[in-house]
Design a protein around this ligand. Sequence first.
Ligand SMILES: [Zn+2]
Length: 485
Amino acid sequence: MPASNVSAETRFVFDYLDRNAAAIASLGDAIFRFAEPGLQEIETVKLMTGILEEHGFAVERGISGFPTAFLATYGSGDPVIAMHTEYDANPENSQASGIAEKQEIIPGAPGHCEGHNVNAAVMVAAALAIKKAKDQFGIGGTLKVFGAPAEELVLARPYFVRDGYFDDVDAAFHDHIWGELATEYGQIQIAAVSAEFTFHGETAHAGLAPWRGRDALDAVVLMDMGVAQYREHMEPTMRAHRAITNGGTQPNVIPAEASVWWYFRDPSADGAYALFEQAKKIAEGAALMTKTTWDVTVKSAVWPVRANRTLAETVQRNIDMIGVPDWSDEEQTLAKALQKAADAPEIGLHTEARPLTGPAEMIMASNDCGDITWKVPSARLWFPSNVPGVSYHHWTGGAVLAHSIAHKGAVAGAKALAASVLDTFIDPEIVERAQDTHAEELGDITYKPLLPADQQPPLGANEELMARFRPLLEEQYSKETPVFE
Ligand SMILES: [Zn+2]
């Protein structure tokens, strides 16, 4: 699109983000080095909220009972537009940037091998650009910036929605790293219920008097068998997978307590919940057989992720204006080497943005932002800070996350996000139309939280891991502080 067709407001945010490219890179790199997994994003949130506060945002920390969640607000009145993203790393994902081979920065440590560090940098940069444009051009409306912890545990955002944080929001935007600059509409991801079952029995000496024991681990095993037998009768779209989180302590003590953590998934919220209900019956059966008792904690329960067509069209207009970064030969060579290592087609980095796609092809994974997307019209922006085809949560997915590929992709992503959000502030018709098409898209489905009304956030994940690795990670923290003008 010729530069003359770009509005003054859009030109303003593009220029601001180009001028602040070094700060965007520095912010993403700093979070990469913090390498904080879900619920431990302490330094990450301190840095993000510090920058937002310094630039005039009012920050509420610890929303919905999550110490590493936040809401940063700027402006007032209608419309109310939200941005939200995640910033957690993963266990065992320590990987150096800029090389096409596995190289842990700290052996065994957590790290970013997908790119949520860049998600955070893009959202903060876009928020600052929008704020500056609102000031410069006297644009009204409220911008709400949500920091969502522990996406990898599919955790926080259903709590935000249940607790009313989106009741006054008119439209919402989510940015996520990918191998291309793209958006889409329709249903993108599936629903999930994350629930931990705990069985309670009685200890006994497993040699001397096993008949005196009531074995909680037996109940976990029988529940596992019960769900396995049930698989034949599940809808083909359903998924159930688990980890035994407490399997007893030592063989000669019959365990009085044992736990298994399940994810139940389906493209529909009702389907995921129906599978969970069946699992509760299986747990009851396992308890009867073993003379144990049981309880269940729903850690989280998320709706599928969907994206609204009107907002997708708005984002796509900006994507087409921005285009993908100009990749260097060195960046293309590194990308191809990583694709080779990941056993993916060696196509290098995309040199064009993807045209608007929809209805989207659903991927059989979940994201905790699902509830937001049924509550309010929502957009998903994918930005090109990772290499197409690499494996996430694997070293190939972490090898460019503090490299010029991530940095350049982040500037493109921040531009697309800032310009699209700004469009909704400037043109009230976009929000009105988005709300109409949102209602049409939902049809006769009425959103109600899957999360139990009294469920408290399960905290404490990754605590022991970080107690071990934080002192080592601290030695690797960035020495520079990102400075946005
Ligand atoms: Zn992710």
